[in-house]
Design a protein around this ligand. Structure first.
Ligand code: PMV
Length: 318
């Protein structure tokens, strides 16, 4: 029996997290070195069953799956219904190299790989926007009220400038000197909980929080210009400033602050937490003169569980 495959990369937020929930812009970039992969095969009966070894689940139906996996089974069901193929039984095998709960898009990538795999098995095609919209269904279960930035960047697989409910724009990257190091604290942080805490804090002091969000959104617009014009030093300063604002919002933690300080101390042009915060990862911009290996070791010494590099460039060749 032939098996169809759907894949999707990880992602990381460069600037604008949290502010994006309140309608401000954010910049997100794909992490192409890590990915989710769904293999989909037809089955005789009309059931959908899924295996996800990373989650310790094997050949489970919607009723048997854990709350982590059941939204993906629901998503596969929706894709099948979308194409009027409700009676086509499916077996889905999902694997991912994206760490879970670290702001690297594990949920969005799993959802998009599943949508793509089911589409491929049914011999159908959806464009990136349609894929992202369908994947939002399971993101809503994972994240409560997601802005949609994760599914948008993962589906497009290119750096994006994202504003909620507005057309998504890719970012032109003329030069390739934007090299980032990503350092994972190893701390799993549920995005929905942090986003909810920020909402409560904002309700208690709206003027203060709205000015933080406005500042972060403005930085996203400025950062886009810095990427377009090739100004890494300025982008680094912008990242440092964004981290300070995120600290004020209350979403950093000692481990993240420690990694940010270590990155800047060891030659990064700038560094900040990325994603929801209170765990997850730090993103640091590596200067042309910095020694990436020294930075890698410094970050590991400062507590990073894993460290990897990504280069900012445009959409991959089709
Ligand atoms: O999933 P994470 O950790 O990358 O967080 C997503 C970014 C937030 O702005 C905090 C939430 C959202 O829905 O945009």
């Amino acid at each position: 029996m032939t098996t169809a495959v759907g894949e999707a990369p990880g992602k990381i937020l460069l600037v604008g997290e949290h502010a994006v929930v309140y309608g401000h812009p954010a910049i997100a970039i794909p992490l192409r070195g890590i990915r989710a992969r769904a293999e989909v095969a037809f089955h005789r009966d009309s059931a959908i069953r899924m295996t996800a070894p990373d989650l310790g689940e094997f050949d489970v139906s919607m009723e048997q799956a854990s709350p982590r996996l059941s939204p993906l089974l629901g998503l596969a069901e929706s894709v099948r219904r979308y194409f009027g193929e409700e009676s086509q039984g499916l077996r889905i095998h999902l694997e991912s190299t994206i760490p879970i709960g670290r702001g690297m898009g594990s949920g969005a990538a799993a959802a998009i790989a599943t949508v793509r795999g089911v589409c491929a098995a049914l011999g159908r095609r959806l464009d990136a926007m349609q894929v992202a919209e369908l994947a939002m269904e399971s993101e809503k279960v994972f994240h409560g009220n997601p802005s949609g930035v994760d599914t948008a960047v993962v589906a497009r697989n290119e750096p994006i400038y994202f504003v909620k409910r507005k057309p998504i724009r890719g970012i032109e990257v003329k030069r390739s000197e934007f090299r980032f190091v990503i350092a994972d604290t190893g701390i799993e942080s549920p995005t929905a909980d942090v986003v909810e805490d920020v909402r409560i804090a904002r309700d208690a002091d709206r003027a203060r929080y709205d000015s933080f969000f406005w500042e972060l959104g403005s930085m996203a617009s400025v950062a886009r210009e810095m990427i377009r014009t090739g100004s890494p030093e300025e982008l680094g300063l912008c990242m440092n400033h964004a981290h300070a604002v995120l600290q004020n919002i209350g979403v950093s933690c000692a481990e993240l602050d420690h990694l940010v300080a270590a990155a800047v101390e060891h030659g990064a042009l700038g560094a900040k937490l990325s994603g929801a915060g209170r765990g997850g990862a730090v993103i640091a911009l590596v200067g042309a003169k910095a020694d990436p290996e020294a930075l890698d070791s410094a970050l590991r010494l400062a507590g990073a569980q894993s460290v990897f590099t990504t280069v900012l460039n445009g959409a991959p060749a089709p």
